[in-house]
Design a protein around this ligand. Structure first.
Ligand SMILES: N[C@@H](CCC(=O)N[C@@H](CS)C(=O)NCC(=O)O)C(=O)O
Length: 221
């Protein structure tokens, strides 16, 4: 049977899927889409994801055994978790908590960390007003505070079980430090439980494999 085809790269959204595929022990081909060269706008890629963003994926063995194409990193995570029964609980209440924190990542962590990173790095040459960077830095810290409180009480985001909610979130925390180089400004060292959790996630052997598939460890270690 044909394999899953993944179109992605070493970014915090992109890397989620190779990590999940490795953790779920699914076989796949990993294709790179170079967004700096604009490959996400190619006609071929837009037929896979009309939004023109990585990650996206095709699965020859989708619902009812039919091929499926899917984009949006957290929708892919949820699809894969339901397909395999892995990295999501079969307990209804725990599953709901996982979905809540997946949405928290997609609606808050991703946009706020991303906007902070934009004004902290690329935005500097276009905007000399401190307000946007300060605003998104304080939002980023507020979200880290929420994570810190939660992770002071439990090993992972959903109780003590590694789940797709962890996979959706920890690469973004690494990115703040290693890609945006904002550890000092955001006082990342003070988030002790968050830092403990990041290390715990990123050191899992199958997660390491997924991070390495697109070279995420090379650019963030
Ligand atoms: N909500 C989307 C966001 C995906 C996203 O922003 N991908 C970025 C890389 S991390 C991208 O493809 N950027 C290319 C562009 O905006 O042209 C998801 O979670 O999959």
């Amino acid at each position: 049977m044909e394999k899953i085809q993944l179109y992605s790269l070493a970014s915090p959204n992109g890397i989620k899927i190779s990590v999940a595929l490795e953790e779920m022990r699914l076989d796949y081909d990993a294709h790179s889409v170079d967004i700096l060269k604009g490959e996400q706008h190619s006609k071929a890629f837009l037929t896979i994801n009309p939004h023109g963003k990585i990650p996206a994926m095709t699965d020859p063995d989708g619902p009812d055994g039919k091929p499926v194409t899917i984009a949006e990193s957290n929708a892919i995570l949820l699809y894969l978790a339901e397909k395999t029964g892995r990295l999501i609980s079969s307990d209804a209440a725990e599953k709901l908590t996982t979905i809540q924190w997946l949405f928290f990542q997609a609606s808050a962590i991703g946009p706020m960390f991303g906007a902070f990173g934009h004004f902290h790095t690329y935005g500097r040459e276009n905007c000399d007003h401190p307000y946007p960077e300060e605003r998104f830095a304080s939002e980023t810290q507020r979200l880290l505070d929420i994570m810190e409180q939660r992770l002071s009480r439990q090993t992972y985001i959903v109780h003590n079980n590694y789940s797709i909610a962890d996979i959706a979130t920890f690469p973004w925390v690494i990115w703040l430090d290693m890609f945006y180089q904002a550890a000092e400004q955001l006082e990342l060292a003070k988030y002790k439980h968050v830092n403990r959790w990041v290390q715990q996630c990123r050191n899992r052997p199958l997660t390491v494999k997924g991070l390495d598939r697109y070279g995420f460890n090379d650019i963030t270690r």
